[in-house]
Design a protein around this ligand. Structure first.
Ligand code: NAI
Length: 241
């Protein structure tokens, strides 16, 4: 039987589009109080905050609001992220590198740092951090994206084992080819790139963001209570090849 998320307070970053938007819809449909965060407008009737998750001032203000409105937090889905144009080192400027790392990795660290004390206070909390197959193998992005997603996995493992004995769980999702606006370029024109990606994927298709949201819901639920510090691929078999 599906778990009831009624009265659970869930923070979701990257909630204006793609996987984050699907997560926000699914948690809302399951009764959760969703706090949606994105730099873009969020097309959903939930409590929303617009800002840049790579900026510490925005994160500070966000958590001031969460504390004053809810004074609690049960679940965090760290989903916001950006791709890097698949650039190797020689074509990656220091500025681009820092932007990718700040957006994909440091944002998650800052959110976790603020959320954790509230969770430790009540002895329970769950993090579902968005990695990628690029966190497990090369070629899912360029050097900055791949480094950021490998680091998300390392951070999540350490976070989990540092606090597992205090009621905290932290896991990563590692999606493969998910049909979201992030990959719009692959579908542009004759969609040759998208067809190639599907062909290279053992399951021979792209996945919908809703499929990733279902996995996040499971990882956030008590049904996955023994899953700790893990990376769960949802990649149509890509990394099993
Ligand atoms: P998307 O581009 O559809 O959505 C990402 C959302 O994050 C956007 O709404 C964007 O505005 C927001 N965002 C980006 N930077 C932000 C910032 N600095 N501050 C606030 N909001 C920001 O992309 P998608 O596909 O839904 O990606 C979500 C996550 O899943 C990302 O972390 C991505 O790396 C990861 N992922 C996606 C895969 C895919 O095939 N779509 C595969 C593997 C991982």
């Amino acid at each position: 039987m599906a778990e009831d998320f009624t009265d659970k307070v869930v923070l979701i970053t990257g909630a204006a589009s793609g996987i984050g938007l699907s997560q926000a819809k699914l948690f809302k449909d399951n009764g959760a109080k969703v706090i949606a965060v994105d730099k873009n407008e969020i097309p959903l009737d939930v409590m929303s905050f617009n800002g840049d998750v790579s900026q510490s001032e925005f994160i500070d203000n966000l958590f001031d609001s969460i504390k004053s409105k809810f004074n609690t937090l049960d679940i965090v889905c760290n989903t916001a992220g950006i791709l890097d144009g698949y650039s190797p080192v020689t074509e990656t400027s220091l500025e681009q590198w820092q932007n990718i790392l700040n957006t994909n990795l440091t944002s998650q660290f800052m959110v976790i740092k603020k959320a954790l004390p509230m969770m430790l206070d009540k002895g329970k909390g769950v993090f579902v951090n968005m990695a990628s197959i690029a966190g497990l193998v090369a070629n899912g992005g360029g050097v900055a994206y791949t480094a950021s997603k490998h680091a998300v996995i390392g951070m999540t493992k350490q976070l989990d084992i540092d606090y597992a004995n205090q009621g905290i769980r932290a896991n990563c999702i590692a999606p493969g080819a998910i049909d979201t606006p992030m990959n719009a370029a692959d579908f542009a024109g004759d969609g040759k790139m998208a067809k190639w990606v599907a062909d290279q994927t053992p399951a021979k298709r792209w996945a919908k963001p809703e499929e990733v949201a279902e996995l996040a819901l499971f990882l956030a639920s008590d049904r996955s209570d023994y899953i700790h510090g893990s990376v769960v691929p949802i990649d149509g078999g890509w990394t099993a090849q």
